[in-house]
Design a protein. Structure first.
Length: 285
């Protein structure tokens, strides 16, 4: 086994983005708490990386035979035979236990949330992907837990700030997921995945994607509304949300893969821009 195989098993880029989101929220929670404990920030990053990697590993073990059917996943270590199920299981169990222990050492709530995240993503969301488009709603919960986990790791209380951070990432995931599903729908169908709202590329799926992107506009303004994000945070969030909405509107009009790709790329920029704006606002206070 080489590093590239391990990287594909844990979906390194996705894992990195998850840890980034959690680390930003940790710093926000630390400012609310009154001090930044950098040692705990490092433990959050390490524990969050291991927990996310474990969840992705379990996901790939469960979907090994399905990954063989899709072009974009056929070269992953399990379907390609570069790694055995046993090797992947041992790695994933070790990472899951170690990551949960590290996060639990920060406080019990963080540990409980990490276990819940692994369970919901790997064992509920993963099999649901072939059953119904409702899987996206299920997956959006563990997908939105990183900022909540990061915040609670620094400020061990689920308050309104924690819920707003969770809410922004939760709503964001719907246009993000559906844009990806639109682009990859042909490949997903080879494995029987049903992730678009109607199960196919059509006007209804595009309209639903637009509606959820529209919902993100007021949700992104909640930090300013609740007065823990300044006016410039509200301005950046509003501009980012309307830019995101523009691409969702284009998808609704054109209903083509090109528009879905632009929406997908916009989603990659949207979340870190909004989260960093909120962080810099907190740091400046």
């Amino acid at each position: 086994m080489v590093f590239s195989d391990f990287s594909k098993l844990i979906k390194f880029r996705l894992t990195f983005l998850v840890v980034f989101s959690a680390s930003i929220s940790f710093l926000i929670g630390s400012k609310v708490n009154g001090e930044i404990i950098w040692k705990n920030w490092g433990l959050l990053i390490l524990g969050g990386f291991l927990v996310t990697a474990a969840a992705n590993g379990f996901n790939e073990i469960i979907e090994k035979d399905l990954d063989k059917l899709m072009r974009r996943t056929a070269d992953r270590p399990l379907p390609s035979g570069k790694m055995t199920n046993g090797q992947a299981l041992v790695l994933s169990l070790f990472m899951g236990i170690a990551g949960t222990y590290i996060l639990g050492s920060l406080n019990l709530t963080t540990g409980y949330l990490s276990v819940f995240s692994i369970f919901l993503y790997a064992f509920i969301y993963t099999p649901a992907k072939r059953k119904s488009p409702i899987a996206v709603f299920i997956g959006a919960i563990p997908g939105a837990l990183p900022p909540l986990i990061g915040y609670v790791a620094a400020h061990p209380k689920i308050d309104y700030i924690a819920l707003v951070l969770f809410g922004i990432q939760f709503v964001w995931q719907f246009p993000h997921f559906w844009a990806i599903a639109w682009v990859l729908d042909d490949d997903y169908k080879l494995a029987g995945f049903r992730l678009l709202p109607t199960g196919k590329r059509d006007a209804t799926s595009a309209v639903i994607t637009f509606v959820f992107t529209l919902i993100l506009v007021p949700v992104s303004l909640l930090p300013t509304f609740y007065n823990f994000g300044g006016l410039y945070v509200g301005a950046i969030s509003l501009i980012s949300s309307f830019a995101f909405l523009y691409y969702a509107f284009n998808l609704m009009l054109k209903q083509d893969i090109g528009s879905a790709k632009k929406l997908m790329y916009a989603s990659f920029f949207y979340l870190p821009v909004v989260q960093l704006a909120l962080l810099f606002d907190f740091v400046g206070k």
